[in-house]
Ligand binder design. Sequence first.
Ligand code: INI
Length: 156
Amino acid sequence: MRKEIIGNLNPGDRRFALVVGRFNDFITRRLEEGALDCFARHGAPEGNITVVRVPGSFEIPLTAAKLARSGGYAAVVCLGAIIRGSTPHFDLVAAEAAKGVAQAGFSSGVPVIFGILTTDTIEQAVERAGTKAGNRGWDAAMSAMEMADLFAALEQ
Ligand code: INI
């Protein structure tokens, strides 16, 4: 019979880390609120969530890799906001953040979730941070719970 392995949206008693960029914090605070709300509404105890703050998205991958390698977390959620309108080096920061977050997952073997907005305008960022287009922080927390549960199932 066909076997299917899936992760459920169940945090259990697992611990999760959030790495939050302070740059564009009027957006990243909303992403953080969305992620924390999502964990709470799915039953994760507040004490099982650790929030780590870094200057900007460029610093997120290194920090996420350190947390992921620590062995203390079932998944690491990366939250940042890179807005083209506000920087000439948008492409550089965005590319490094995306590559780095992926690398943090590969090198640690722990799910590291990409919740970093990369938008052309501030309006687009606002739309993805709890207004018209949902909240990417919430979505990232969902992915973290699913991947953590999936990885636990894959280890059995
Ligand atoms: N960091 C961001 O998270 N978003 C941005 O839009 C951004 N801009 O505009 O430059 C940004 N830059 C800071 C960068 O992430 C580092 O913190 C900084 O370069 C120090 O290494």
